[in-house]
Ligand binder design. Structure first.
Ligand SMILES: C[S@@+](CC[C@H](N)C(=O)[O-])C[C@H]1O[C@@H](n2cnc3c(N)ncnc32)[C@H](O)[C@@H]1O
Ligand code: SF4
Length: 378
């Protein structure tokens, strides 16, 4: 089923994602579009391609960007000058107080003054810490040590970053609940502004899928979650999304836009975008392989999202937010009306899984988001 064109449905995309597809080496659990970096030369070509891509998509969408997210891969393999060049290109479309995030791997920052990225215009840093236990970092195939996380965090604070996220994973191979809690405590000692706390998942086609490590059992994972959630709450980090915890006013604006089903542009190899065009919701993507992307950075595959899928995609995002969203926001973002969700929504509300007057789970439903989504599929 195609989505019905609704002329009232239009939006200027408030967000831009830029993908950097290389890493020093591929981690065995990672299914992101990242490739081991080969030669210096391709970085220059990649920057040229990004500039061409951005110039075309910004000119055509003419956005007012409230956020830019430079993700990967490992964007910090590129120097501050690259970000200064890109942000200069984007400048005419940037809101004055735009959130501009760069992901960084602590193992790539040892020779870098992080203040140089801040001066280039990046104002939020997301450090892939993952764990503070050297054995677990090794099991994850990471190139950094616990000391590298502390050094890069200190360098970022010295460089005037006042908005820093740490990515931490739990349920790691051989990890005990006490060790998972110790990872979070050590992260909290640094007083980050935001923590993304993910359960390690085994993704298809990764090294871990081919040679599965021994993971903690379900009762240990439940204990890790209970202890971790209590610890984060006790230190004033609000859980505003399934895996995202923030100090007051430090939620990630860019990710909140995704979860509210907002539009965004995507630039770079394999980057996805979501646009509302001529009353339709359209997903865009770029060639995944860096080589193919660099050969033709303007090539974009665009596919309208069918109406029955729009509801599921909206719920997959919005229900992850602790606060959810209003019904008005659902109507405004999707162009659909109550009839698209009402029978299922009412039965979920009767079961105590979702709120009656808002698109949000109840505290009980928050633990069963997958089951709730399933009800929209059947
Ligand atoms: C795209 S990675 C980018 C960060 C950077 N490349 C790094 O790893 O340091 C974003 C985050 O997703 C999380 N992640 C990646 N693969 C995961 C998996 N299989 N299970 C859970 N979390 C994962 C990690 O915490 C990682 O920092
Ligand atoms: S550094 Fe990050 S993006 Fe790169 S392979 Fe590892 S997890 Fe994936």
């Amino acid at each position: 089923m195609q989505s019905a064109a609704n002329p009232a449905l239009s939006e200027s995309p408030p967000a831009l994602y830029i993908h950097f597809p290389w890493c020093v080496k591929k981690c065995p659990y990672c299914d992101f579009n990242s490739h081991p970096i080969s030669s210096q030369a391709s970085k220059g070509r990649y920057l040229d391609a990004l500039q061409e891509d951005l110039a075309a998509s910004l000119a055509s969408a003419d956005p007012q960007l409230a956020s830019v997210f430079c993700g990967g891969g490992t964007p910090s393999l590129f120097g501050p000058d690259v970000f200064a060049t890109l942000l200069d290109e984007i400048k005419p479309w940037l809101a004055a107080d735009a959130e501009i995030t760069m992901e960084a791997n602590p193992g790539t920052l040892e020779h870098q003054d992080l203040g140089d990225y801040r001066r280039a215009g990046i104002n939020r840093l997301s450090l892939g810490a993952q764990s503070f236990n050297a054995l677990h970092l090794d099991a994850l195939g990471r190139i950094h040590s616990p000391g590298d996380i502390r050094t890069s965090f200190a360098s970022a604070r010295r460089g005037r970053f006042d908005n820093i996220n740490l990515d931490i994973m739990y349920a790691l191979p051989g990890q005990s609940p006490r060790q998972a809690e110790a990872d979070l405590s050590q992260a909290l000692e640094l007083e980050p502004d935001h923590i993304s706390w993910y359960q390690l998942t085994i993704e298809a086609k990764t090294e871990f899928a081919k040679r599965p490590p021994t993971l903690p059992n379900a009762s240990d994972v439940a204990e890790m979650e209970a202890r971790g959630l209590a610890l984060l709450a006790s230190r004033g980090y609000e859980r505003y999304e399934v895996s995202a915890f923030a100090r007051p006013d430090k939620q990630c604006l860019h990710n909140v836009n995704y979860w509210r089903f907002g539009d965004y542009l995507g630039a770079g190899a394999g980057a996805h975008g979501k646009l509302t065009q001529q009353g339709r919701i359209v997903r865009t993507r770029k060639a995944t392989q860096p080589r193919l992307y660099m050969n033709d950075p303007l090539e974009t595959i665009a596919e309208p999202v069918p109406a029955d899928q729009v509801v599921v995609e909206f719920m997959l995002n919005a229900l992850r937010l602790q606060q959810g969203v209003s019904f008005q926001e659902f109507f405004r973002r999707t162009g659909l009306d109550e009839s698209a969700i009402s029978p299922v929504w009412e039965s979920l509300a009767e079961d105590g899984l979702v709120e009656h007057h808002r698109i949000a789970t109840t505290p009980m439903g928050f633990a069963y988001i997958d089951g709730i989504i399933q009800r929209f599929l059947t």
